[in-house]
Write a protein that binds this ligand. Structure first.
Ligand code: ATP
Length: 191
């Protein structure tokens, strides 16, 4: 099976993430895409919503598409959520699966600072999604990596902007799936 892995803080998950997952699925013939919230993201401030809420929102978003799944794998592991550890686990459990790590171009640019990038990129292909307003996908990157630079129509939405709108008491409909907007409202998140 060809599996796309889209990790992130997902604080909250939004249509930009889902569009990236969908374009990667189509372009790279992925059987499934797993949306995988990080428990403790190593490279940024603590998320605003709890890991359980971020996972619940990812599950609601995945629920709209049969080949998307939310995975709580990184939530079951203590300590920082290093992608190399996650991919090593997946490799061990299903050696025959082909793994494609889906990254926005902003995140791709940061990977040289990640834990063991060379070991990571020996275990997977990479799909780099141009992030509107972000850096160009660029030709740089760790050597000997199978990189697919995707083009297509992507959406200039960020979790930061969604949190800002909510803090200001504004609506976020159509920036996140309807079920996620309902969840945020019911739980009073980000207000
Ligand atoms: P924040 O604004 O809080 O930094 P974010 O919107 O960047 O959050 P993350 O959860 O940090 O969301 O992103 C997870 C992954 O999805 C990263 O690889 C990121 O580059 C990518 N991504 C996020 N938003 C988009 C988007 N609108 N288009 C394409 N890729 C995206």
């Amino acid at each position: 099976m060809r599996v796309g892995v889209l990790g992130g803080t997902f604080d909250p998950i939004h249509v930009g993430h889902l569009r990236a997952a969908e374009v990667a699925r189509e372009a790279l013939r992925l059987d499934e895409v797993w949306l995988m919230p990080a428990a403790t993201p190593p490279h940024r401030n603590a998320p605003s919503a709890s890991a359980q809420d971020r996972f619940a929102m990812a599950a609601l978003a995945a629920g709209e598409r049969r080949c998307f799944r939310a995975s709580d794998r990184e939530l079951r592991r203590a300590g920082p959520s290093y992608t190399v550890d996650t991919l090593a686990e997946l490799r061990r459990e299903a050696p025959a699966d082909e793994l494609v790590l889906i990254l926005g171009s902003d995140t791709w640019a940061e990977t040289p600072t990640w834990k063991a990038p060379e070991r990571l990129f020996a275990m997977c292909e990479v799909a780099v999604v141009p992030r509107p307003g972000g850096p160009a996908p660029g030709s740089d990157g760790p050597a000997a990596v199978a990189v697919h630079r995707l083009d297509g129509v992507f959406l200039a939405v960020s979790s930061t902007e969604i949190r800002r709108l909510l803090r200001e008491g504004k609506g976020i409909r159509y920036l996140v799936p309807a079920a996620v907007a309902d969840y945020i409202e019911e739980r009073g998140l980000y207000s």
